[in-house]
Design a protein around this ligand. Structure first.
Ligand code: KG4
Ligand code: ZN
Length: 373
């Protein structure tokens, strides 16, 4: 990668049920140096990251009809939308495809048929146009999402101001707490041993007759419910680690519903279930994040992933951060939910390390670990 140049990255994301593309421009003198010195995160020179465009075609309406994401249907929709979405992202950026220095693409984790569409499309573009291809881990995308947001969380001041940072990533497929020592170094402190937080929202929503995706539906219904109506379990709340478990909570809700099936048609009852369930999830997420903060003394906390759209979670985490004097950043929704802008930022930091792959051989990996690529 050359020094003192504006790097442009086209990113493609199709890991689940959003077809997304984005164009990023990064101006960075010092960060472009391989193995940059400490100063690169201390703010003397810092990258100017600008999301030039971010296009997201959601498939929610399609999957709503089927009560959840059907992988083959998602893949067919990706095939239909990938080209117009990528073209729109390039058009909106006011650039042309030949301006791109890199193509970044989500290579996993995610649904195999969905991932394949984005990866094969990116491989074809990369090969035909001779633009280096950067595979990106979807979870790293969520980790870097606050730097894609507009305005982006700036790393000016680096170590002293926002790093170390604790990131709570909560999505439909993952729940994890990550410690970011600086912009390039991170460590997973803990994750879920079973269901993800968003998955629990989706499953409980289904049980009480709400459509997919369940998260926003539960959040809305919970507004009119009493969060103390039922005492649902807060699994692993007191375990001496940063692991989570949400499958017991989902089962506890199911048992409660079975106890009194006739009340399922009662809106007030369903609202109490939704509010009590949401409270149990939020309590565990906030408590564990704060305990991680107590141990690692971060300068900031970031909330990322689709469940970051939950206003009760946002508010509770911000209040808990205030209490400890730690600022909490939550990227706006279009950067919290699945998007390609976050993939472009993660792709940029991978490009810095000189990691591009042969477009003919890149394989998707549906269960890619955050530690791999
Ligand atoms: O990050 P994301 O868009 O996709 C994955 O990588 O999984 O997250 C989607 C998840 C879904 O489970 C959805 O129900 C949840 O985020 N979600 C919410 C809310 N909005 C979306 N969960 C709770 N409250 C919300 N307001
Ligand atoms: Zn995601």
């Amino acid at each position: 990668m050359e020094n003192n140049k504006t790097i442009k990255i086209l990113a493609i994301e199709t890991s689940c049920d959003e077809t997304a593309a984005a164009v990023l421009s990064v101006q960075s003198p010092s960060l472009l140096r391989e193995g940059g010195s400490r100063s690169d995160t201390e703010g003397l020179e810092f990258p100017k990251i600008r999301t030039l465009s971010s296009v997201i075609k959601s498939q929610i309406e399609l999957h709503k009809k089927m009560g959840g994401v059907v992988p083959e249907a998602a893949a067919r929709a990706h095939v239909k939308y990938i080209r117009p979405v990528v073209e729109k992202a390039i058009d909106n950026s006011k650039l042309i495809i030949d301006d791109m220095d890199y193509i970044a693409v989500t290579a996993g984790p995610g649904l195999l048929p969905s991932l394949l569409v984005g990866v094969e499309f990116a491989k074809a573009l990369s090969y035909a146009l001779n633009i280096p291809l950067i595979p990106v881990n979807h979870m790293l995308g969520h980790l870097y999402s606050p730097f894609a947001a507009s305005p982006p969380l700036t790393i000016r001041g680096g170590r002293g101001v926002i790093f170390p940072m604790i990131s709570l990533i909560v999505s439909g497929g993952h729940t994890m707490i990550v410690l970011m020592k600086d912009i390039k170094n991170y460590r997973v402190l803990g994750q879920t041993v079973d269901d993800a937080a968003g998955e629990a929202f989706d499953k409980v929503a289904k049980m009480i007759g709400l459509p997919y995706p369940g998260g926003p539906e539960i959040a809305m219904l919970a507004q009119t419910g009493n969060s103390n109506a039922f005492t649902f379990p807060r699994a692993m709340l007191n375990s001496d680690d940063f692991m989570f478990s949400f499958s017991g909570l989902k089962t506890a809700v199911l048992y409660q519903l079975r106890k009194d099936e006739s009340r399922l048609t009662d809106d007030a009852y369903r609202a109490d279930i939704a509010a009590s369930f949401q409270q149990a999830v939020v309590d565990v997420l906030v408590e564990k994040t704060m305990r991680a903060a107590g141990k690692h003394m971060p300068k900031s906390i970031v909330l990322a992933g689709g469940v970051a759209a939950n206003l009760h979670l946002r508010k509770s985490l911000i209040e808990a951060g205030d209490h400890r004097g730690i600022p909490v950043h939550a990227p706006e929704l279009q950067y919290a939910l699945d998007n390609a802008a976050m993939i472009s930022v993660a792709g940029y930091y991978r490009a810095l390390r000189g990691i591009s792959v042969d477009p003919l051989t890149l394989q998707v990996n549906p269960s890619l670990d955050i530690g791999q690529i």
